[in-house]
Design a protein around this ligand. Structure first.
Ligand code: ZN
Length: 143
């Protein structure tokens, strides 16, 4: 990983073989990022993405073990139990230009992954919502 910072914004280059969620979560911990937004482009060697069934309150996950372009990757950072938690969605394109997309569980970087991350410089937490079955953003910032 390489990165540079300017005015609470980071440009991060993840290297081939790095796991995206794991690497970015560690980066947020190391840089004390308690809320943020991010987007990225690049490519993956493999990825696991999910779809949330609101009626059953669980995810279906599917693993892809072939290279894909990261046509889009977008997400946010908030705290769960005091630690940075990344919520990321993505659209991935294969060599035939067919796209799949969903909630990103994990992905291994291929050629590169170019991430722009903005630190919102406040504390935002996620709280469990009984009706939805997920830890949702609690948008009341803690100054
Ligand atoms: Zn999601």
């Amino acid at each position: 990983m390489q990165f540079t910072e300017t005015n609470n914004r980071y440009l991060i280059r993840l290297e081939k073989g790095e796991e995206i969620i794991k690497s970015l979560t560690a980066f947020c911990s190391q840089n004390t990022i308690k809320s943020g937004e991010l987007w990225a482009i690049g490519a993956v060697l493999s990825a696991e993405i999910g779809f949330y069934h609101l009626d059953k309150k669980n995810y279906s996950f599917k693993q892809f073990n072939t290279p894909h372009e990261i046509a889009s990757l977008i997400g946010n950072v908030a705290l769960v139990d005091g630690k940075p938690f990344l919520h990321i969605h993505t659209v991935l394109a294969d060599e035939n230009f067919a796209c799949v997309g969903g909630h990103l569980k994990e992905a291994t970087v291929g050629a590169t992954c170019e991430v722009y991350l903005t630190n919102l410089d406040t504390e935002i937490n996620r709280k469990f919502d009984e009706e939805i079955g997920l830890k949702l953003l609690d948008c009341k910032a803690i100054p």
